[in-house]
Design a binder for this molecule. Structure first.
Ligand code: DSN
Length: 440
């Protein structure tokens, strides 16, 4: 961030600038273990805060509804070409503003919501007519077992407009059981099977899902929002050869700006493009698309693979060290960048919310998370989700992960004791000074 006296926000708007300074301080002096967050490079940050924010560019490269879009076309084409190279997909739409909108594009392109009138209303309007046509069926991982709101949760448009059936993780193993998925798919006959999660620590067997999708005549979508960086680096199997649709956010392991991306087979390209614009969105956020182009360029470099390997090594070290201290992890460990701590066994009286609060006071930023078969409510939870992308960006390695596992355990064991939290806070500050944020 620029020095206060040089920054135009500081000069013009001290109230807003105060929050900038406080946020810079917060990020610099805490350990970021939220699995979906990261620290972008100075180049990505500069693109996201650039003059491309000034421009409307509704449409697609070469077919815009506004004049003056020649540089927008260059930027968007670069982002598309790099996304295709990075993931080996046939078609990429870089305009979704978020991961949820990237997913909605698939629903709009491929799924029929049926009649959205409620039954009584329809009967009144069309007496004697057949009532409600049911919406198409989605089959997806349940939110409480690691899935995502936009994969069919009843409060989300995906759950309001479509019929939804869920698969779950196995109670014993914490893993998705493919023969169970097959049994459920044969029973509910989905139009779309959604794979991918926001809290699943194990590898996805895309080939097995594709086989089931083929058997039941369903389309397959993989939401790789969390693992996109690992997939791009070749460190997690890619769903691209198996799924009609692959969606992602661009800001988690992929380390780009906060936004989305929808990829698909060429045969779906027109429908996906129409679904994103004009179906769901108006003007694309060209400054964010510029930042995506820069981030995808970074992800194509050899050092990105080194970074992703560090993310994995760190997750493994953190998980092993937590387990060695007696903490229980869902599925017993991790194959990717995240893990889910099940507090119930070692700390039955500590909820995820309490743990998040105590760790936060100590400078360790995490999020409480539902764990499979959780008896507590979502605002309380019995779990914590931990991830290593942001700390790996700061250059921390497995030794630091083992130290952090010790600090986490100390905080949990203290029952929130203030002097323990203060002691851990000092150790966290020392680590943060040793591993500063990337230049920005
Ligand atoms: N909110 C994201 C996460 O934290 O995983 C998912 O959208």
């Amino acid at each position: 961030m620029s020095e206060p006296f040089k920054n135009p926000i500081a000069a013009q708007d001290p109230d807003v600038w105060k929050a900038f300074v406080a946020e810079e301080e917060r990020q610099a002096t805490t350990l970021e273990l939220i699995a979906s967050e990261n620290h972008v490079s100075a180049a990505v940050l500069a693109a996201a805060g650039s003059i491309f924010t000034n421009k409307y560019a509704e449409g697609y490269p070469g077919r815009r509804y506004y004049g003056g879009c020649e540089n927008m076309d260059t930027i968007e084409r670069l982002a598309i070409d790099r996304a295709k190279q990075l993931f080996g997909c046939e078609h990429a739409n870089v305009q979704p503003h978020s991961g949820s909108q990237a997913n909605q594009a698939v629903l709009l392109a491929a799924m029929n919501p049926g009649s959205r009138f409620d039954e009584a209303e329809q009967k009144e309007k069309n007496p004697g007519e057949a009532v409600r046509t049911p919406g198409d069926m989605i089959l997806s991982l349940h939110l409480d077992h690691g899935g995502h709101l936009s994969h069919g949760k009843n409060v989300n448009i995906s759950g309001k407009w479509f019929r939804v059936t869920h698969y779950f993780v196995d109670r014993e193993t914490g893993r998705i059981n493919m023969s169970e998925v097959r049994r459920i798919a044969l029973d509910c006959k989905p139009k779309l099977i959604i794979t991918g999660a926001s809290a699943y620590p194990r590898l996805w067997d895309w080939a097995a899902f594709a086989e089931i999708a083929k058997e039941v005549g369903a389309l397959l979508m993989a939401d790789i929002a969390h693992i996109a960086g690992l997939v791009a680096a070749g460190l997690h199997p890619s769903p691209v050869p198996y799924a009609e649709f692959v969606t992602t956010t661009t800001h988690k392991t992929l380390r780009g700006p906060r936004a989305g991306l929808t990829m698909c087979r060429e045969s779906w390209a027109k429908k996906i493009d129409s679904a994103v614009f004009p179906g769901l969105q108006g003007g694309p956020l060209m400054h964010i698309i510029a930042a995506k182009a820069v981030a995808f360029g970074e992800a194509l470099r050899p050092e990105f693979k080194v970074y992703q390997q560090l993310v994995l090594d760190n997750a493994k070290a953190l998980a092993e060290s937590l387990v060695s201290r007696g903490l229980s992890l869902v599925s017993g460990g991790t194959d990717n960048h995240l893990m889910l701590v099940d507090l119930r066994k070692q700390y039955p009286n500590v909820s995820g919310a309490m743990a998040e609060d105590w760790l936060g006071q100590s400078g360790i930023v995490v999020n409480k998370n539902m764990i499979p078969f959780d008896e507590r409510k979502p605002m309380e939870t019995s779990g914590l989700r931990l991830g290593t992308p942001a700390l790996s960006t700061r250059g921390m390695g497995p030794d630091e992960m083992r130290t952090i596992a010790g600090l986490i355990d100390k905080v949990l064991a203290s029952g929130g004791d203030k002097s323990t939290l203060q002691g851990v806070r000092s150790e966290v500050l020392a680590m943060c000074r040793q591993f500063p944020l990337p230049a920005h």
